[in-house]
Design a binder for this molecule. Structure first.
Ligand SMILES: [Ca+2]
Length: 333
């Protein structure tokens, strides 16, 4: 209980701090803004690079179409040099699949831009933050949440995102969110302020934020790129980014403060980490599996126990009758 109280207290404090800071925030940074019309002169998106199967229309940037085996990306050309920031994204995941669809999309604040790979269309063993919008449940044996599911991972360059376990083994935090096939754009928000990472969503078109999670002690170097990527495989969906805007927040200066050149050099070697939490968990049996296992075990025990009791009763009756027969036989002689 004390842990629960302290975490909700921390969340309240963080939200209050965020409200105060956002009130004094600057205008969204132009170099990290995506808005219609996307294309400038030369059919490029100013300040952004897209590739793979991504296509740009007047209404959206489609990372993948609703077709199998596609992947695409969209990355900011410039690195984010702010220590604290607030990002709001409008997106849409939709498709014709009623029961089978996927795989999902990712938002990145990472060191390796424009590097296609197996993690929702981007590179594995990344450094930074990956926020995954996972629509396809690959393996329920490792978790018992429903999909679609939003989860965050902090990569330090050595960690593998395990698709078969839906990233559960390296998950920082997450929440279920039914963001797929909505008739309006859905939104998510990431704030990173004073090493507190918060994720919110607005998937019911209420124009208000619901908290997905709040995690403190999250250390991310500045100088990483913003990105989006998505992938389809045997299952498919269209994954669209519609708008994005990043605003610098004013939090506590990072300690110790260093000259700019030294900070730039440090970015190359600084490694993301989460204070007092391992980035990777041991593989554990799923609760749901354990429940089924223990239920089956209990049923088997009751069955065997009942058999033993019946055997004892039958044995007792047989023994009693044979004793009676012997007694009768003795009397006859
Ligand atoms: Ca998955």
């Amino acid at each position: 209980m004390p842990l629960r109280m302290s975490s909700s207290w921390l969340a309240t404090l963080a939200v209050a701090a965020l409200a105060l800071t956002v009130a004094h925030a600057q205008e969204p940074a132009r170099q990290f803004t995506l808005s219609r019309p996307y294309l400038g002169a030369g059919m490029e998106i100013p300040y952004w690079e897209f590739g793979g199967h991504s296509v740009v229309s007047d209404e959206y940037i489609r990372l993948t179409p609703d077709r199998q085996s596609k992947q695409g990306y969209l990355w900011s050309r410039l690195p984010v040099l702010f220590d604290h920031w607030d990002l709001i994204v409008e997106f849409k995941v939709h498709g014709s699949g009623r029961k089978l669809f996927g795989d999902g999309m990712a938002f990145w604040y990472a060191k390796q831009p424009m590097t296609p790979g197996p993690v929702f269309g981007s590179v594995d063993f990344f450094s930074g933050l990956g926020l995954f919008f996972d629509t396809y449940s690959n393996h329920n044996g490792h978790h018992h949440h429903a999909h679609p599911y939003i989860s965050a991972m902090i990569g330090d360059g050595t960690l593998h995102y395990d698709h078969d376990a839906d990233g559960t083994l390296t998950e920082l935090a997450g929440c279920e969110a039914q963001f797929r096939n909505k008739p309006y754009p859905t939104r998510f928000r990431v704030t990173y302020l004073n090493n507190v990472l918060q994720v919110f969503h607005d998937i019911d078109n209420e124009r208000s934020w619901k908290e997905c999670f709040t995690k403190s002690g999250v250390h991310l170097p500045s100088g990483y790129h913003l990105g989006f990527s998505a992938a389809t495989g045997d299952v498919a969906d269209a994954h669209d980014v519609i708008t994005a805007q990043l605003t610098q927040l004013h939090g506590q200066p990072k300690q110790p403060q260093r000259p700019l050149q030294e900070t730039r050099e440090l970015r190359q070697t600084e490694v993301p980490f989460v204070a007092e939490a391992p980035l990777k968990r041991e593989r554990v049996n799923d609760d749901h599996g354990d429940t089924i296992g223990s239920t089956l075990g209990s049923i088997a025990l009751i069955f065997l126990g009942s058999l033993a009791v019946i055997a004892l009763i039958v044995g007792g009756i047989v023994f009693y009758r044979s004793k009676q027969e012997q007694h009768k036989a003795k009397r006859l002689y």
